[in-house]
Design a protein around this ligand. Structure first.
Ligand code: SF4
Length: 417
């Protein structure tokens, strides 16, 4: 979905879209109703579905599911648990290659593991760019030649920490007007193993930089793709990343960002242990539809209804609103936004737009950004401003996929945080 850390990109105000749904853009149905509210799934809970019949790469296996699959093949529970723990330590924590991990497993277990675990997917770093603010943008090539982008960034808002921004798809079908990735169209969804391997690759890089970067504690799905269009893989990947035997990340430090695929929101809260962020970006349907084709099928009222119906008790949603100079940053727009937020438990991130594919879309004036925020604060809305990271390397919101197409201006300087 969105780009880099709490971010989106730059809308193409100068390129109005037709009212006809675009080819390849999934049409979001009406929000489901009557879906029971559920809380957060429990850590380590056994999978509710039977283990997959086909072999998965180890990176994509939920560890509890792999243990269950071993038990189903006759391995004693304690032995299966110990084996899975050792495999996870070697592969995830130590970063050893899968063939080496498999070769070191007990000989008697190797036939079972070979039957259950497919070869590791290919994922290689083909390019790295480092911004002055410490943001690293990585270009990663998959086994079939598709290319995805991942961003490693140092957050300086409050707590010093490192965040990884992951991609869930190569390209994206949603075709948001402001987004470089949307211009590629959907190439394909990533497997859970590819998503985990993406994190593992960056984790390994971060380990090599230890001392130069603060603890790697946060993950956001704001890279290439719409995560709710690849929900099962995202759910499995989150489960692996949060498993103490793998990376032990807290679900409270993971955020999945969506354009608002209303039909998938109930499933998100049932299957994924992470915060949900919704990219809003406009205070009315006319402007939102211009930016985000999904809004033509699911307008703002339906999106809000879907969130209210699906949000579990005690949970809130992060709303992201990218500010474009002269497009959606008037004080009257702040009032419209406040009205839409009313009744929803939300945190609001205001994101000054990054330079993107359409130069007619302006980065807002910083004084106007502050005035917009103050208007909302005065109305009792928890509104934070998130200044972009990594602009000059194309790692900021709306810029992923742009750098390799030569669209990012080298003249753009780093942004103060
Ligand atoms: S086109 Fe896809 S990747 Fe880009 S902002 Fe929209 S949902 Fe996110």
């Amino acid at each position: 979905m969105l780009r880099s850390v709490p971010q989106v990109g730059v809308p193409q105000v100068g390129a109005p879209e037709s009212g006809v749904p675009e080819v390849g853009v999934p049409q979001d149905g009406a929000p489901e109703s009557g879906v029971p509210e559920v809380g957060v799934p429990q850590d380590g809970a056994p999978p509710s579905e039977p283990p997959p019949a086909v072999a998965l790469a180890f990176a994509g296996w939920r560890l509890a599911a792999l243990q269950a699959a071993l038990e189903a093949r006759g391995v004693r529970r304690t032995r299966a648990a110990a084996a899975v723990g050792e495999l996870a330590r070697a592969y995830h924590k130590l970063g050893l290659p899968w063939p080496q991990v498999l070769a070191a497993a007990a000989k008697s277990l190797q036939p079972e593991l070979a039957a259950l675990c497919a070869p590791e997917p290919v994922l290689e770093i083909t390019e790295q760019a480092l911004a002055a603010d410490g943001t690293r943008r990585l270009l990663l090539r998959l086994g079939d030649g598709e290319v995805i982008e991942t961003v490693l960034l140092r957050s300086t808002t409050g707590v010093d920490r490192t965040t990884v921004c992951l991609s869930s798809q190569a390209g994206c079908a949603r075709r948001c007007a402001f987004c470089e990735t949307g211009r590629l169209g959907l190439r394909r969804s990533l497997t859970a193993a590819e998503i985990v391997l993406q994190f593992r690759t960056v984790h390994h890089l971060w380990q090599g930089l230890r001392g130069a970067l603060p603890p790697l504690t946060n993950v956001v799905f704001m890279g290439m793709g719409e995560p709710l269009d690849n929900l099962d893989a995202v759910a499995d990947a989150c489960a692996v990343l949060q498993d103490d035997r793998a990376y032990g990340l807290s679900w409270r430090r993971m955020t999945v960002s969506t354009v608002g695929v209303a039909s998938q929101i109930p499933a998100f809260f049932q299957e994924v242990r992470a915060h949900l962020a919704v990219s809003l970006n406009a205070p009315d349907d006319a402007r939102r539809s211009r930016l985000m084709p999904i809004n033509r099928a699911t307008g703002l009222a339906e999106l809000k209804a879907a969130l209210l119906a699906a949000l579990p008790p005690g949970r809130d949603v992060l709303v992201e609103y990218v500010l474009f100079g002269g497009f959606n940053d008037a004080l009257g727009d702040a009032d419209l936004l406040r009205a839409w937020l009313q009744g929803l438990p939300v945190r609001l991130n205001l994101i000054p737009a990054n330079p993107g594919p359409d130069p007619s879309l302006r980065t807002p004036d910083s004084l106007q950004v502050r005035a917009f925020q103050q208007r909302l604060l005065d109305a009792g809305v928890r509104a934070m401003v998130r200044w972009p990271h990594g602009r000059e390397v194309g790692g900021a919101c709306g810029q992923l996929a742009g750098a390799r197409r030569g669209r990012v201006s080298a003249a753009i300087g780093p942004v103060a945080t």
